[in-house]
Write a protein that binds this ligand. Structure first.
Ligand code: SD4
Length: 289
């Protein structure tokens, strides 16, 4: 069968998908592509859901969650890590340079400094000002705004036909200190099986973790479901479990080994970006509601 190199990412992130495509175009591997791609969003202070510029937790600390998975089923993750912008690259180092899969908090941060990552202040004036405003009422409805979030999950197939994925976020705005979402949890925020395909998620992390969403999408594709149908079923599981599903947003995207893609979410407003030899576009996701 013919190999179709492709990049797919949650949300309309043209800089990120273009950066990943540059790697694939030069016959680079999918792992390098997804890392380079999502780093664009981590560095972009205007994306207030990822990396530097991310919205803080209730205490005013920006804490990052990220994971990465390669074509051999290796994975690495950091959770609740502060003061280092490129959580995805630290996650990759965990995967490649340690016997572990996941490092948390101060341990992850110390490991990052040991590996030469710079210490940076991730809280921008803008995010700080919004947090100060929020604190006046401290009204905490533990829900993800339907449109105002853009965790980046990215999947790529390279010219060898190998698949890798990455997912990185500052998590839910004003979350409790210590809270970890789906994004750094392999199987929930991201899963890749090089024989089948990959999936990644955005939205209310708790719901994604409860249903092990990205693993579910990949396992459904293994059973022959299209990426589209698999994403729909993963959203349906959440809806079945949660009577309050109208208050939350979750979105999945997926790609299979053939380079077919799909995406689905609860509320309208989610989109995903696809880049291939056929061009690049932002696709409005179908939604349950
Ligand atoms: C989380 N899934 O921490 C993430 C949030 C998210 O855009 O997707 N934000 O639950």
């Amino acid at each position: 069968s013919t190999i179709k190199p492709i990049v797919i990412a949650t949300w309309n992130v043209p800089n990120a998908t273009a950066e990943a495509w540059k790697v694939l175009e030069k016959k680079g591997n999918a792992l390098d592509a997804v890392e380079a791609g999502v780093k664009m969003e981590e560095a972009d202070i205007n994306n207030q859901s990822v990396g530097k510029g991310g919205r803080p937790d209730r205490d005013g600390n920006v804490t990052l969650d990220a994971c990465i998975m390669d074509q051999n089923g290796n994975c690495g993750a950091v959770v609740y890590m502060q003061n280092v912008t490129h959580a995805i690259s630290v996650a990759r180092k965990v995967m490649e340079d340690t016997p572990h899969v996941m490092l948390a908090g101060l341990g992850a941060e110390k490991f990052a400094y040991d590996k030469g990552f710079p210490k940076e202040n991730l809280l921008t004036e803008k995010s700080k000002a919004e947090w100060s405003e929020w604190k006046k009422e401290s009204k905490y409805a533990p829900v993800i705004n339907i449109e105002n979030h853009d965790t980046i999950g990215m999947l790529a197939i390279d010219t060898n036909g190998d698949i890798s994925g990455a997912c990185t976020t500052s998590g839910m705005a004003y979350k409790m200190a210590g809270r970890i979402g789906d994004s750094p949890v392999i199987g929930s925020g991201l899963f890749v099986d090089n024989e089948i395909g990959g999936a990644t998620a955005t939205g209310q992390g708790e719901e994604i973790v409860k249903t092990v969403g990205s693993f579910l999408v990949v396992e459904l594709m293994r059973q022959g479901w299209s990426p589209q149908k698999a994403c729909e079923e993963a959203v349906n599981r959440i809806i079945k479990n949660d009577p309050n599903y109208k208050d939350i947003q979750v979105g999945y995207i997926a790609v299979n080994k053939k380079g077919e893609t799909g995406g689905y979410c609860i509320h309208p407003g989610f989109s995903y970006r696809v880049y291939s030899e056929e061009g690049h576009e932002n696709i409005t996701s179908k939604s349950y509601l």
